[in-house]
Design a protein around this ligand. Structure first.
Ligand code: NAP
Length: 456
């Protein structure tokens, strides 16, 4: 994984300069949040010009201020009896379209600025799905790496002992993110149920399929990113089958992106974790990858020990490997401007972001200038939260749908998001610019709801 370099933000429409300056003043030191706001404001000038009521009602200023921010202490005891204190966060950003919805991240890098960047992105992503969900995000600076199951369970229980009072199926519905999968959701749901004495399945999504979870939720973000990629490729008159792909990361999003890419006839030759990069020119062996990452929870380097065709490069840079298509699926700011230049020089024609904000602004500009189809995370990875909303629908009707039906719904939702971004970009004179399309389409849906709901 390349080391992060300084972010050079794009220039914002001058009408929004003051709004951005105020965001910087009110939220000092939150660089990821600044970057996410800057990227959205950079797109909104034409929408504000077309809809003066949004400016009059100060919709953008209100959207940049979370409705509620919760920060709390999470004390827990390790297996040796030592006490640890972590910090928990939940930023309930915007509920104009529905209950707050967005994942929980457990990673040592988590701080308020990161949770706010993710929560801010989530508002527009959720709006793009067309489903009734508001935007939120949360998590903790707890590091699950190297911790026993019992330690992680105790942490999850302590985390939920505070968070439960802020949740509810009509209030706030968290899900997983980095470091939080089905196992952690189970332990948190168990604690919620124990404290409230309510089997309220709609309070968390990403649950196990035997106790209220939806089929396809595990696969949804990765699959959805590939469905979005297929739409982008179709829009430029080509297809995925036969393409060589890179997928960074080897967590939930990466694994299921790889699964769908392979199913659709592409070849994935590399993936990674924070320790380094696996290059397997014969194509990643998905069963082996799942065994190592999902069953053994081991490091990706183990893959090369067991697969003769693969090499592992410690601290390597995945974006230097030639490909047709790149899917950054690990974390924010993992793909720099230099990486983008390298990908372009190697003939990459499309990039779909499975992770949130993985491409730095210089990289986005380089892709767009070179005519690479670039699908931003808030559109391309919206399949996870969309399927969470489908899980909420199933919970509300006490029903459970088949894998095929749910996957079809997901595919249709991703197709709809692509159409909405594509058509909006065209309407605003920027055909093919999915960044502008996603930002304006997501923003306008939230803005119309906020105008309709009065001064909230
Ligand atoms: P995950 O299962 O925890 O996997 C994360 C992967 O990214 C791991 O391979 C991890 O490697 C790597 N990674 C994490 N932090 C890193 C860092 N600072 N530097 C380098 N590598 C890092 O998480 P996930 O659910 O796949 O999420 C991946 C991305 O997708 C995140 O940006 C998340 O916000 C986004 N996303 C997830 C969902 C969802 O449904 N899960 C939905 C939408 C968007 P190590 O094990 O070495 O840390």
């Amino acid at each position: 994984m390349p080391s992060p370099t300084k972010v050079v933000p794009p220039v914002i429409d001058e009408k929004l300069d003051d709004v951005y300056a105020e965001v910087l003043r009110r939220n000092p030191g939150e660089s990821e949040f600044h970057q996410a706001v800057n990227e959205v404001l950079d797109s909104l000038g034409p929408s504000i010009a077309k809809h003066p009521q949004f400016a009059r009602r100060k919709i953008i200023q209100r959207i940049c201020e979370p409705e509620r921010q919760i920060i709390f202490r999470v004390p827990w005891e390790d297996d040796a009896g030592e006490v640890h204190i972590n910090r928990g966060f939940r930023v309930e950003f915007n509920s104009a379209l529905g209950p707050y919805k967005g994942g929980l991240r457990f990673h040592p890098s988590v701080n308020l600025g990161i949770v706010k960047f993710l929560g801010f992105e989530q508002i527009f992503k959720n709006a793009l799905t067309g489903l009734p969900i508001g935007g939120a995000k949360g998590g903790s600076d707890f590091d699950p790496k190297g911790r026993s199951n019992r330690e992680i369970m105790r942490f999850c229980q302590s985390f939920m002992t505070e968070l439960y009072r802020h949740l509810g199926e009509y209030t706030d519905v968290p899900a997983g993110d980095i470091g939080v999968g089905g196992r952690e959701i189970g332990w948190m749901f168990g604690q919620y149920k124990r404290i409230t004495n309510r089997w309220e399945s709609g309070v968390l999504t990403g649950k196990g399929t035997e106790w209220g979870g939806s089929l396809v939720r595990t696969e949804a973000t990765g699959y959805g990113t590939v469905f979005f990629l297929q739409e982008m490729l179709a829009a430029r008159g080509t297809e995925l089958a036969g393409r060589t792909c890179l997928v960074s990361g080897s967590g939930n999003v990466a694994i299921y992106a790889i699964e769908k890419l392979v199913e659709e006839g592409a070849r994935v030759v590399a993936c990674s974790d924070s320790g380094g990069v696996i290059h397997d020119p014969d194509g990643i062996d998905l069963d082996l990858l799942k065994q190592i990452k999902e069953v053994e929870r081991a490091r990706i380097s183990v893959y090369a020990d067991r697969r003769p065709s693969a090499t592992f490069t410690e601290a390597g840079n995945i974006w230097e490997i030639p490909c047709d298509v790149a899917l950054p699926c690990a974390t924010q700011n993992e793909l720099t401007g230099r990486d983008a230049e390298k990908l372009i020089a190697n003939g990459c024609i499309a990039v779909a972001e499975g992770a949130n904000m993985p491409t730095m602004p210089e990289g986005v500009r380089a892709f767009q200038d070179a005519g690479v189809s670039f699908g931003p995370g808030k559109a391309a990875n919206a399949g996870g939260v969309a399927t969470s909303a489908l899980e909420m629908q199933q919970n509300a009707s006490r029903d459970s749908w088949t894998f095929e039906y749910t996957e079809d719904r997901l595919r249709m939702i991703m197709k709809g998001i692509h159409t909405s971004c594509y058509e909006t970009a065209k309407e605003y004179g920027q055909p093919g610019n999915y960044v502008i399309g996603a930002n304006i389409a997501g923003f306008e849906r939230v803005a119309r709801a906020m105008v309709a709901l009065g001064l909230i």
